[in-house]
Design a protein around this ligand. Structure first.
Ligand code: ZN
Length: 335
């Protein structure tokens, strides 16, 4: 890889928008399907990769849920998590806040105990081996009713000490944030930090609703805020973190090509933007691949990359002492 990528690797960074189920590599998917004797409509990892030519968010989600169906036992969840955390170590991601989708698993009869033990064993092991910092964001699937989100919140109670935040993902269009207002209020009362996907496929109004109705501290994607000038001004004023995922945006056709991606304009406007990989193997790359694409196709500079790293640390929910340490290393003041 290039000198630019090596430079970005050397910057301490936080990844704040990453779906752990979306890190499933085609080879692991095929291996687990064979091990658990699950029939897939693909006969090789290469065939799975060819299916990654998505038309929109829904066509991706169809494949994503099919992929998740091979995750059965604690070892599967452990391996999935540990592989991603090794990737963090190799890419200079000093802290990660990973989303997971309980409903994708509980709907298939896989209990919280199974996936939570796999996740926490891997997170503990990575912490022990190389000091990896990580936490979990439990996401509700927005295409399901709010009642199901309430059931999930309830089922998570015994595992609450392992979960830092609540998020909202899956099909955005037609499922506005307001649908989950009550369950977000309940989660907030229980002490969870709150984030939500908004303004990726959905309109800018969903970003406003996520802020006002769900009381989120951070918006996942949020790129469509640029269509609403008053909203941009508010986001700049309130320094609201936006976790932007460039390769994902292009692969899901939010923007036709990387040259059309507005991340540089967003930075220039003073928006609090960070770069993230969303569902890396599905969208063509991990965090450094995103930076590489931004550099090659949009001319992202080292200084802009450093600012993006600073934003990622500032926008994370890491403890204040660690935040200060990483910001010092980046030569940035603690706000
Ligand atoms: Zn996402």
């Amino acid at each position: 890889m290039s000198e630019f990528v090596d430079y970005v690797r050397s910057l301490p960074k936080a990844e704040l928008h990453l779906h752990i189920e979306g890190t499933l590599e085609p080879a692991m998917l095929m291996n687990l399907a064979e091990q658990h004797q699950i029939d897939l409509p693909y006969s090789s990892a290469a065939e799975v990769e060819r299916a990654y030519d998505f038309e929109d968010l829904q066509s991706f989600l169809d494949l994503y849920y099919l992929g998740a169906s091979v995750l059965i036992d604690t070892d599967d969840f452990y391996s999935l998590m540990f592989r991603y955390l090794e990737r963090c170590r190799d890419e200079g991601i000093v802290h990660t806040e990973m989303m997971f989708d309980p409903q994708t698993h509980t709907e298939r009869g896989i209990s919280f105990q199974v996936f939570m033990s796999g996740f926490s064993q891997a997170m503990d092991e990575a912490k022990r081996q190389w000091g990896q910092s990580s936490s979990l964001i439990m996401c509700f699937l927005r295409h399901l009713p709010e009642e199901s989100a309430f059931e999930t919140l309830k089922a998570a109670e015994p595992f609450k000490s392992q979960i830092l935040s609540i998020g909202l993902d899956s099909a955005e269009l037609g499922h506005p944030p307001g649908k989950f207002e009550r369950v977000y209020a309940a989660a907030g009362e229980q002490g969870y930090r709150l984030v939500a996907h908004a303004g990726g496929e959905g309109p800018p109004a969903y970003i406003v609703d996520a802020l006002d109705q769900l009381k989120v501290e951070r918006v996942d994607h949020g790129v469509r805020c640029l269509e609403d000038e008053a909203l941009v001004e508010r986001l700049v004023r309130e320094k609201t973190p936006l976790t932007v995922c460039p390769l994902s945006n292009v692969r899901l056709r939010v923007f036709e090509n990387m040259v059309d991606h507005p991340i540089r304009q967003m930075l220039e406007r003073g928006l609090n933007v960070s770069v993230n990989s969303d569902d890396p193997p599905y969208f063509g790359g991990y965090l450094l691949d995103n930076f590489d694409a931004l550099h090659r196709e949009l001319g992202l500079t080292r200084e802009a990359a450093r600012l993006l790293a600073v934003n990622s640390i500032r926008s994370s929910f890491i403890d204040e002492a660690s935040r200060k340490d990483w910001l010092d290393q980046l030569g940035a003041p603690t706000p």
